[in-house]
Design a binder for this molecule. Structure first.
Ligand code: ADP
Length: 206
């Protein structure tokens, strides 16, 4: 009984930013993370912050440079370590803050592993039917953020394939009731407005 109670207390109120590479999740996540009561975690950023001397940093380079996902177990470990560290240093208050996750869970096995930990209230599915627009965004980002995995067209194609094959099924895992499609070909401001409209209904007391 005590164990069940503890497990329930550790479930984080969560929303997911979801979409293919180049759909604009990162841009929205950064803005949302500045809003009091929201805590943003981008899994790709956590990987990029690792040192090259860290074995997980090397694993990340190995997989991301091929456009593939890093194996689940070390990925979930990295996520947990980051969230726990943010809780300890008080940048994240699980009792009051909503977790905004970008890039995790990124396949169905990860969603299963996190089922007992996340209380997912909404999935914002940023959709962009215009493939060339997404590829264009990625290539511009390659220069701006010095990202090797954005620079090469073959790797971009591989990442888009990985998204279709492994990541998209996560939408079915959470189901249509909480998945909100958002047209990411709009301006960032309008994408943000769509997200905020839904988020506002999820605030306690709304
Ligand atoms: P994007 O969504 O633009 O492709 P990210 O910054 O989210 O880029 O991720 C970059 C790379 O980091 C991915 O291609 C993958 O190799 C790795 N990665 C990020 N998040 C995860 C995750 N949850 N599981 C496995 N690999 C991940």
């Amino acid at each position: 009984m005590q164990g069940a109670k503890t497990a329930k207390q550790t479930k984080y109120r969560t929303v997911l930013l979801f979409g293919a590479p180049g759909s604009g999740k990162g841009t929205q996540g950064k803005i949302l993370g500045t809003i009091p009561g929201l805590f943003h975690f981008a899994c790709g950023d956590a990987f990029r912050n690792l040192r090259i001397t860290d074995p997980l940093g090397r694993l990340f380079i190995e997989y991301s440079s091929k456009g593939e996902l890093v194996p689940d177990e070390p990925t979930i470990d990295l996520w947990r370590r980051n969230i726990e560290a943010s809780t300890i240093n008080h940048t994240f208050d699980p009792r009051h803050d909503m977790l905004v996750l970008d890039g995790i869970p990124r396949n169905v096995p990860q969603a299963r592993i996190l089922r007992g930990t996340l209380d997912v209230k909404a999935v914002f599915h940023l959709t962009c039917p215009d493939m060339t627009k997404m590829v264009d965004r990625l290539q511009r980002r390659a220069l701006r953020e010095n990202r090797l995995d954005d620079a090469n067209l073959d790797i971009i194609r591989q990442r888009l394939e990985t998204y279709q094959r492994e990541t998209k099924p996560v939408l079915d895992f959470y189901g249509p009731k909480i998945v909100h499609p958002i047209d990411s070909s709009q301006t960032p401001l309008n994408v943000l407005r769509n997200i905020l409209d839904i988020l506002a209904t999820l605030q306690p007391g709304a």
